[in-house]
Design a protein around this ligand. Sequence first.
Ligand code: PMP
Length: 416
Amino acid sequence: MPTTSHEHDTLLARRQRALSPSYRLFYEEPIHAIRGEGVWIYDAEGRRYLDAYNNVPVVGHCHPHVVEQMVRQASVLNTHTRYLTDKPIELAERLLGTMPPELGSVIFTNSGSEANDLAVRISRLVTGNSGIIVTDCAYHGTTDLLSGLSPVTGLPTGPGVFTVSLPLKMTDAAEFRVLVRGALDNMHEAGIKPAALLVDTIFGSDGAVSDPAGFLKDAVDDVRREGGLFIADEVQPGFGRTGAGMWGFARHGVVPDIVTMGKPMGNGYPVASAVLRRELADAFGRHQRYFNTFGGSTVGCVVALAVLDVIQNESLIAHAAETGAYLKDGLQNLCDRHDVFTDLRGTGLFLGVQTPSGDIAARIVNALRRAGVLIGAAGRGNAALKIRPPLPISRSDADYLIGTIEDVLRKDIEGA
Ligand code: PMP
């Protein structure tokens, strides 16, 4: 039965009563989502929206192989890592098989936040230092510690946290190195030594700062020379999104000390992890035990294995590269013809289109939602459009996306 707008309003009112006001809904006209399939989300009135926003359903909403594996395992056994079971081991082996050989040990968590929190904890423990460098629009998670490492939230940075102000376009790799050098110098002045440089390797919340590929490497070397580690936050770029391999750090020709991952890992099921150099895992394990009740659950591991199967069987990394390049060409064409698009960044299926202001970006995002396409905004002042569809998006879906953006620009932005 179709949901009437009265039902929509009632649900909204119930939500406002029952859920904390700290929650925010997307869009001026919120979507009452009831079903997802592939790259489509359906609302209560049966209308479908092209999902060009969500990186969590990386292999597509409700992928049948993932759902089937989840249901099958849930009916057999779902327990934790204190029993000897094969699934967490199989998943750890599969993940390590996608990483450089230096990365040799896995710790499972439930969320990207838990993985980052653990990575910072390990880096401080192992180096004996406290300083952490992040970008000034970074987002790394929800814990108290990570709020202090997520300046994009507007919350104050935590003790020992130093930021670098990332330019949206870098002329060369040396530019990032100079910025990190500055943060290291500020640390020295404060009498602090670096424990880690922590960055999202596609710089999603900074507005998708992707180029030039390789710009991380020299800065990472400098941090290491001063005793710090490099933590690659792969929550956004991981699992093939950049089209340049499984992990975003690969584009930068650098091997992290710790890699954190989450969101797409379970295609919507909560499973996440930190993957680290063997010697770091050994040093941490000598000092501390780590048990996470649900991290590494049997079902979570089976789901993550199923996601890896689909990425491989459907060649989604190559697909992300090809369809991403196609989509980027289409967006470039729009940039060339519409002044409101001032810059295009990103790689694979993580693309950022710069607009002059957060207000204009919000108008475009809301007009697209009304036209049946879901995207978001990110970066400084939320002025960049964030386009990040599930990886199986087809060329004809990409055409629909580009065509709808152009319609919206003509009718709602330029014609307004
Ligand atoms: N790191 C990055 C780069 C993220 O985008 C996010 C989530 N938006 C997180 C960490 C935190 O992940 P979670 O919400 O799973 O805790």
